[in-house]
Design a protein around this ligand. Structure first.
Ligand code: AMP
Length: 118
């Protein structure tokens, strides 16, 4: 799937849609999900143009991949998700109901979750 420059996270990265960053570095931006599904619900996105985790993993440079996953760990700690644990979700494609076609990791925490899949 080709990357769509008009997706909402591309607009956030370009500053066209406001988002309150909780973390930003050279490789990643993190902000609260607009429709939180847990007390902690943060999205971490790479700065590069990748549709989902699969093309990120195959197309991104080693520096981008390392930088992104390092940022995920930093953000999980920063938002207080690491102590009691958290769930990390990366939806990819229609079967996952991925809504925004810019790769992102959901960090969900602050509560004890039920079964992994519904
Ligand atoms: P996914 O289904 O994995 O693509 O998740 C996309 C997520 O992006 C959803 O949880 C939405 O609530 C969230 N979202 C959509 N637009 C925004 C926005 N402008 N700011 C923050 N989160 C957003």
């Amino acid at each position: 799937m080709a990357y769509d420059d008009n997706n909402v996270f591309a607009k956030i990265l370009r500053g066209e849609i406001p988002a309150k960053p909780v973390y930003e570095d050279e490789f990643a931006l993190a902000f609260n999900d607009i429709r939180p599904q847990a007390p902690i619900h943060v999205l971490v996105i790479p700065k590069g143009k990748y549709v989902a985790v699969d093309d990120f993993g195959t197309q991104a440079s080693p520096e981008e991949i390392a930088g992104f996953w390092r940022a995920v760990s930093r953000v999980a700690e920063l938002v207080g998700a690491t102590g009691e644990g958290f769930r990390l979700i990366c939806n990819s494609g229609p079967n996952s109901l991925q809504e925004v076609p810019h790769f992102h990791a959901h960090i969900l925490g602050g509560k004890r979750f039920g079964a992994m899949l519904v």
